[in-house]
Ligand binder design. Structure first.
Ligand code: IPD
Length: 263
C-alpha cells in the first residue's frame, strides 16, 4: 500500500520504539518497575518508547496535538490533528516475559481516527491502516473473519487493571456470551485484540473501561478490514464512553444485542 507521509512517519516511529522495547524485553528481569496502582505498571521501557515516538512525531509535525499514555495530553497549535499513542500496550504481559504486547499509534483528524499503526515487535507483525486505503499486516491485506455462526465464533475481551468498576459487568457479559459461542479469550493487549479482529483471527472483541490510546489505532484497522465498531453503551461516542465493541459484519449486531442488555 502506498500510504501517506504521515503513515510512513508513524511506521518509522513504531519500528524505532519497537526496537528499543525488544532490547528491554530481552532483559526484562532487570527492569525497574513502578506501580501507578493495582496491576498498573510502568517501567523505563514504556517511558523510553514514548520518548522515542514523541521525538519522531512531534519533531516532524510540531503543530499536531498529543495524547500519550505516559506523558498525557498536550494541545498543539493545530487543534484539528492529534497523535494518540500507547508506547507499550500489554505492559503486564511484557513485564512477565510474555511476548504479547505492542506499540500503538493513531492519528486523529477533526475527531476521527484517519490512520493507525500497531507494531507487535516480538513477532515482527506490523499492522497499519489509513482511511480509504485498507488495512494490512506486513505486506498482506487484512479482511475480518467470514464466520457467520455465533457458535463457531471466538471473541476476546479485557478487564482494565484493578478491574473494580467494570468487572461485574464484564462477568455478566461472559455469562451471556460464553454459552452461545466457541470461546472467549483474554490476552492482555487491547491493541492486539483489535488487530486480531481486523486480521480475522477472532470474530469480535469488546471491552468496558478502556482508554483512547489502547484502542485508537485498532479502531481504524477493524473498519478498514471491513469490520464494524461501536460503543458498548449505545448512542455514545466510543472514546467518551470508554467502551468498545468491534466485530465482523455478521457478529456485530448479535454482540451488541447481548452486551447492551440491561443488567
Ligand atoms: C491494557 C491492555 C489490556 C486492557 C486494559 C489496558 P496497558 O493496556 O490493553 O488488555 O484490558 O484495558 O489498559 O496498560 O497494558 O497499556
Amino acid at each position: 500500500m502506498q500510504g501517506s507521509a504521515n503513515l510512513n512517519l508513524m511506521i518509522k516511529a513504531a519500528r524505532k520504539a519497537g526496537r528499543s522495547l525488544v532490547k528491554d524485553f530481552r532483559e526484562v528481569e532487570n527492569l525497574q518497575v513502578s506501580s501507578k496502582g493495582p496491576g498498573d505498571f510502568v517501567s523505563k521501557a514504556d517511558r523510553e518508547a514514548e520518548r522515542i515516538i514523541k521525538e519522531e512525531l512531534r519533531g516532524a509535525r510540531p503543530s499536531y496535538g498529543w495524547l500519550g499514555e505516559e506523558t498525557g495530553e498536550d494541545a498543539g497549535e493545530d487543534p484539528t490533528r492529534r497523535w494518540i499513542v500507547d508506547p507499550l500496550d500489554g505492559t503486564t504481559n511484557f513485564l512477565h516475559g510474555l511476548p504479547h504486547w505492542a506499540v500503538s499509534i493513531a492519528l486523529e483528524h477533526k475527531g476521527e481516527v484517519v490512520a493507525g499503526v500497531i507494531f507487535d515487535a516480538a513477532k515482527d507483525e506490523l499492522y497499519y491502516a489509513e482511511k480509504g486505503l485498507g488495512a494490512f499486516m506486513n505486506e498482506t491485506r487484512l479482511r475480518v473473519s467470514g464466520r457467520r455462526n455465533m457458535i463457531e465464533a471466538i471473541f476476546a475481551t479485557g478487564v482494565p487493571f484493578g478491574g473494580k468498576s467494570t468487572l461485574p459487568a464484564t462477568l455478566q457479559d461472559l455469562a451471556r456470551l460464553m454459552p452461545v459461542c466457541a470461546g472467549v479469550r483474554r490476552f492482555g493487549s487491547a491493541a492486539l485484540d483489535l488487530a486480531y479482529v481486523a486480521a480475522g483471527r477472532y470474530e469480535g472483541y469488546w471491552e468496558r473501561g478502556i482508554n483512547p490510546w489502547d484502542m485508537a489505532a485498532g479502531l481504524i484497522l477493524v473498519k478498514e478490514a471491513g469490520g464494524f465498531i461501536g460503543p458498548v453503551r449505545e448512542g455514545r461516542d466510543i472514546f467518551e464512553s470508554g467502551s468498545v465493541i468491534a466485530a465482523n459484519a455478521e457478529m456485530f449486531e448479535p454482540m451488541c444485542k447481548i452486551l447492551r442488555q440491561p443488567a
